[in-house]
Design a protein around this ligand. Structure first.
Ligand code: FNR
Length: 366
């Protein structure tokens, strides 16, 4: 794996290796993919302002997330159906997270079950990403199982009343390969994604099962059935962040779902300051994902107020290239880049990061 020295190189290798329908499903954004490109470009518009001669021998990247200690402020966001990338799928991904001491989030629509993932990496800090199904009993059972298996929080995805329009998936009539199953379900819930032959099978699956009528009141229902802290995943507005906290969420994950839901939404790094500001008087942690591919991206998000930064696709690229080893390689590339950034910018620890460390490029073009 040593030959890969950037996340971009892992991405290129993965895109070459994966079958077309899987590759397209993983990489696509919604419709014109304008926001997908913006997720990356917005990071490039921010400039880091290093402090010189700080006299740093070492830096410490460790931090906490909802009280759990992790070795760096980078974790893995939930992405569905990881066994399409590698036969060991989610179990390889979570083992890599465990080996590196970072947080792993398991998707509801995973190809490994909650229990398989817990058994594979009992010591990893694990969150469970929850979609709320029309069938609340199905939803309740998922929550109970995650709680019993030692997951530490629920990341409730709030941006998905239905799936965004992903044109490649429509063209490819995307469906789950027949040897794989949605491992968190059994009984009357299908473990397959049926495709009647029209458009994306995944979109049909979601339209039939996810509860489109969700409102902030449903967080109260969720809180009534679990003691796990709830993270609202998919927030892009300050006022929604406040509603999430007032409904009882302990964390806000600023996310546009990897720009896969609605094209034209802002990049996540652009809206982060608005959200951090909106909830500054509350006891809540704010996180970010979307377009993060380098250590300097992670640093910029920390400067703008994120407590933890997550990556989705980079873990899939690592998985596709080398299973657990590939994901570990991806994480160590980030760790190395982040260490260099901390050292050269003159930042000893995560707690030493201050908002003056980054400026928008427009400040330099006057
Ligand atoms: C996702 N994402 C996602 N989110 C979620 O809440 N549940 C899910 O099952 C999935 N599945 C999924 C599949 C794939 C292929 C992608 C690319 C993304 C969104 C994901 O959690 C995260 O928000 C983004 O991936 C972050 O952007 P980057 O890091 O991929 O740019």
């Amino acid at each position: 794996m040593d030959k890969y020295i950037s996340v971009k190189e892992l991405e290129d290798a993965a895109l070459e290796a994966l079958p077309r329908a899987v590759r397209d499903y993983y990489k696509s954004g919604a419709t014109e993919e304008y926001s997908l490109a913006e997720n990356r470009r917005a990071f490039q518009r921010l400039r880091i302002r290093p402090k010189c001669l700080v006299g740093l021998k070492n830096c410490d990247l460790s931090t906490t997330v909802l009280g759990e200690k992790v070795t760096m402020p980078l974790g893995i966001s939930p992405t569905a159906m990881q066994r399409m990338a590698h036969p060991d799928g989610e179990t390889a991904n979570v083992k890599a997270a465990e080996a590196q001491g970072v947080i792993y989030t398991l998707s509801t629509i995973a190809t490994s079950s909650i229990e398989e993932v817990a058994d594979a990496a009992p010591n990893a800090v694990k969150w469970f990403q929850l979609y709320i199904y029309n069938d609340r009993e199905v939803t309740r059972k998922l929550v109970m199982r995650a709680e019993q298996a030692g997951f530490k929080a629920l990341a409730l995805t709030v941006d998905t009343p239905l799936f965004g329009i992903r044109r490649a998936d429509i063209r490819n009539k995307f469906t789950l390969p027949s040897h794989l199953r949605l491992a968190n379900f059994d009984g009357h819930m299908s473990t397959k994604i049926h495709n009647a032959g029209n458009g994306s099978g995944l979109s049909h699956y979601v339209e039939g099962l996810f509860d489109k009528t969700l409102s902030w009141d449903d967080i109260k229902w969720l809180k009534s059935i679990t003691k796990l802290p709830i993270v609202a995943k998919g927030i892009l507005r300050g006022d929604d962040a406040v509603k999430a906290v007032e409904a009882g969420c302990s964390g806000i994950l600023v996310s546009n779902h990897g720009a896969r839901q609605l094209d034209g939404v802002p990049s996540t790094i652009e809206v982060l300051p608005e959200i951090v500001d909106a909830v500054k008087d509350y006891n809540v942690e704010v996180y970010l994902d979307g377009g993060v591919t380098t250590g300097t991206d992670v640093y910029k998000a920390l400067v703008l107020g994120a407590k933890m930064v997550f990556v989705g696709r980079p873990a899939l690229w690592g998985l596709a290239v080398g299973g657990q080893d590939g994901v570990q390689r991806m994480l160590s590339i980030f760790r190395n880049e982040l260490e260099y950034t901390f050292q050269i910018a003159g930042t000893p620890t995560v707690a030493d990061i201050t908002t003056d460390m980054v400026r928008h490029e427009s400040a330099y073009s006057r």
